[in-house]
Design a protein around this ligand. Structure first.
Ligand SMILES: [Zn+2]
Length: 255
């Protein structure tokens, strides 16, 4: 499933509008300079379809600070106005085609260490692999934990800063709103970017990675955790013999 084309970039499908021509020219200039342009292309009515994309969008929509502002961004992101969106640790930069071409920057605060440790401890043992994690294949309890307001993985308004080169960005212009939704759409394609954006390592959530994390688990989200007898059955090794340190064989085998 490819909703935008990494090789050819954004295809201006409505070349009649001047703003689109302008955007296309800008993209061509960027491409000439060797920059890879990543437009947000929405296929169908839903902006996001996967656990990651939807959770990002749902998270934004639950905050009353944003309630009046976000809807203006939906049309914008759906009609292809976000002509470039780049995600890097802590920062999203985007170009949005409006009456002019605007540059939007969104900064998202890193998850603090204690906050992340708490998330990992609550999910310890419940997610078996990065693939399962990125595909959103985990228990309802893990989903609920990751999506918790304020204490989950998704940022609250106080952790999001934004600016735009248009005149009225301060109270969230439609360009910023479109970019916030665009991030959700991008997470459908590249869910791992949410971890980069928040400066945490997704490996910390994997069952085999948390050094002793399982001991701290609170149980709620750890429905899938294997006990030692299960591990013995699966890997044919005697876990009980080495309780003091995490077995390298076990970590390797569980990957
Ligand atoms: Zn703006």
């Amino acid at each position: 499933m490819s909703r935008y084309d990494y090789d050819y970039g954004w295809k201006p499908y409505v070349p009649v509008a001047e703003r689109r021509r302008q955007a296309a020219r800008k993209i061509a200039r960027l491409a000439k300079k060797g920059q890879t342009v990543s437009p947000v292309v929405i296929d169908g009515r839903k902006i996001a379809k996967t656990f990651w994309g939807k959770s990002w969008c749902d998270n934004l929509e639950r905050y009353s600070d944003y309630a009046n502002r976000l809807p203006r961004g939906r049309t914008y992101v759906r009609n292809g106005s976000v002509v470039d969106l780049q995600l890097s640790p802590g920062t999203v930069t985007a170009l949005v085609s409006g009456s002019s071409l605007y540059r939007v920057e969104v900064k998202v605060a890193a998850v603090s260490k204690p906050h992340w440790n708490a998330v990992c401890a609550d999910c310890a043992g419940a997610i078996d692999s990065v693939i399962e994690l990125l595909q959103g294949r985990f228990s309802q309890a893990v989903m609920t934990r990751l999506c918790q307001e304020k204490t989950g993985l998704f940022p609250q308004p106080a952790e999001i800063e934004f600016k735009c080169t248009c005149p009225d960005w301060a109270s969230m212009c439609k360009h910023v709103a479109a970019v916030l939704y665009g991030i959700g759409a991008r997470l459908d394609e590249r869910p791992e970017l949410v971890f980069a954006l928040r400066n945490v390592d997704q490996q910390d959530l994997i069952a085999s990675a948390g050094k002793g994390m399982a001991k701290k688990r609170k149980g709620a989200a750890a429905a899938k955790v294997l006990d030692n007898s299960d591990l013995s059955d699966i890997f044919g090794i005697d876990i009980a013999e080495s309780p003091a340190k995490p077995s390298p064989r076990r970590r390797k085998g569980a990957k």
